[in-house]
Design a protein around this ligand. Structure first.
Ligand code: GLC
Length: 481
């Protein structure tokens, strides 16, 4: 099957969050399936263009019309990737190659990514590549299904289009005039792009895609409720017949405690007791906490954003530290209020709390390995990858039972039996506190059961094999329609 995957980020070239990780592992998992030809399209950002490790060659170029504009689009073929995925970068200096700073956050983001979506279609046409399936991700590629249906059908008559929602919070809003000025679509598509007089690109994709998926089963159901859907609940409900949840995997080759070069000691499910103890001691040293093998180390690697549940942690932190024997370690950057809170907390409890307000992939890996307990109380979480990383490294998760957290962390009882971690149902500090305490209690009072739970976490299959085959099933189903 010929599969084109389109996204605004993809590791190892460019990544701002979980989408980037998924766009590294999913294409590669699909390419491992016999008979597939997988092509990944990404924008040619300045950071990619001037990265000497990324070698490309110009394949072709064309002109892309965007409303009244005519824009250059170059197609750069990546050299030297050998997992069967062909990566192409879409070049345009005005939108991507000539801009400093982060990959998102410019005032004209809507126009930049409308351009990217249309350019991908024009470039595929120019290179005469007619995929069976186009798989598009989040609002930045949300114009693809609509353009495909409205303007490119002649060239791609049998191509089916899947739209995948990784996070519904960001939808690609633009003012109403954007429809004519930038999108340049036939007038009959105004209705599907319109939301309260403005343009909403994600809404358009949900309506025009052949299938819609999201990144966990639970999130696909949650999206029908206003609490989770950021205004799109009724649109999602109307599209329920073509909506499926497929829970992400993690890249178990990169994230492997047995081979991870960032760790001081490597280990697997047989040797984790000694391995993790050594990693913990080194980690405590590295972050300036007292080396205490029997004090549970609770860790968090996260963007310091409100929806990650940090308000709950702020609410319980002092009480927890007074009442329980434990250490807390946070790694991440983000909203100033949280950066400040954890910095102050670390100053107040220097031998109990460490806050590393920075982005450091090596330290993140050492935290997954050296921690005992992983906290993830997200308010909502489409899938979440770090709870799976943590479990894969033998660190027991305590999570809010929402979205992908609910699907990947079945709850265990107070004896640590059955499930894979500790969960709480309703989003409030006291319930979170109770879940943390259940976990700490198991650690302190029944270490053999805690270790059995860690081992179960490590032996769980979080690879992309199952999710990739579920994507394939849906691709086949779209093609039969
Ligand atoms: C987004 C979601 C996260 C998910 C990731 C990959 O970042 O917020 O929950 O794991 O996409 O699908």
């Amino acid at each position: 099957m010929k599969i084109a995957i389109l996204a605004s980020e993809g590791a190892p070239y460019i990544k701002s969050g979980g989408l980037g990780d998924v766009m590294e592992a999913l294409p590669s998992a699909l390419a491992r399936i016999e008979g597939n030809e997988v092509v990944l399209f990404l924008p040619y950002y300045k950071k990619i263009k001037y990265n000497p490790a990324i070698q490309t060659e110009l394949a072709l170029y064309c002109s892309v019309s965007l409303g009244w504009r005519q824009q250059y689009a170059g197609l750069l073929r990546l050299k030297g990737r050998n997992d069967g995925v062909q990566v192409y970068f879409v070049d345009n200096d005005y939108y991507f190659g000539g801009r400093d700073g982060a990959i998102y956050g410019d005032l004209d983001d809507s126009e930049r990514f409308a351009f990217f979506s249309k350019a991908c279609l024009d470039l595929m046409k120019r290179m005469n590549f007619i995929p069976d399936v186009m798989q598009c991700n989040d609002w930045q590629t949300a114009m693809v299904p609509t353009y495909l249906r409205a303007m490119y059908r002649d060239f791609f008559p049998g191509t089916r289009c899947m739209f995948t929602i990784h996070n519904i919070e960001y939808q690609g809003w633009a003012h109403g005039g954007f429809f004519d000025d930038v999108l340049g679509l036939p007038w009959e598509y105004r209705g599907c792009m319109d939301m309260h007089g403005s343009v909403n690109m994600m809404k358009g994709a949900i309506e025009t895609a052949d299938m819609v998926t999201t990144v966990s089963e639970t999130y696909s159901r949650e999206l029908m409720y206003p609490y989770y859907a950021h205004g799109l609940d009724s649109i999602i409900s109307s599209a329920a017949w073509k909506l499926t949840g497929i829970t992400n995997g993690i890249d178990v080759n990169t994230f492997n405690p047995l081979t991870d070069p960032a760790l001081p000691v490597n280990y697997n499910a047989e040797s984790f007791v000694a391995g993790k103890a050594a990693c913990k001691a080194k980690l405590q040293q590295e972050v300036g906490l007292p080396v205490k093998p029997d004090t549970p180390l609770m860790v968090m690697v996260t963007r310091l954003a409100g929806h990650k549940g940090l308000d709950l942690l702020c609410y319980i932190a002092r009480k927890l530290l007074w009442e329980e024997d434990c250490q807390l370690l946070i790694l991440g950057t983000g909203e100033k209020q949280f950066e400040q809170f954890f910095t102050e907390l670390a100053a107040e409890f220097p031998d109990r709390v460490a806050a590393k307000i920075t982005f450091n992939l090596g330290l993140a890996a050492r935290i997954y390995a050296g921690g005992d307990i992983y906290l993830m109380p997200s308010k909502s979480e489409p899938c979440g990858l770090s709870q799976m990383n943590a479990m894969h490294y033998g660190t027991v998760p305590v999570v809010h039972a929402t979205g992908g957290l609910k699907d990947t962390v079945p709850p265990c009882d107070e004896n640590g039996e059955d499930g894979l971690g500790f969960t709480f149902q309703s989003y409030n500090g006291d319930d979170f506190m109770a879940a943390v305490k259940r976990c700490l209690h198991l650690y302190h009072c029944n270490r053999p059961a805690f270790r059995a739970l860690q081992e179960r976490d490590m032996r769980q299959d979080f690879s992309w094999n199952v999710p990739a085959s579920r994507y394939m099933d849906l691709f086949h189903r779209m093609l039969c329609r």
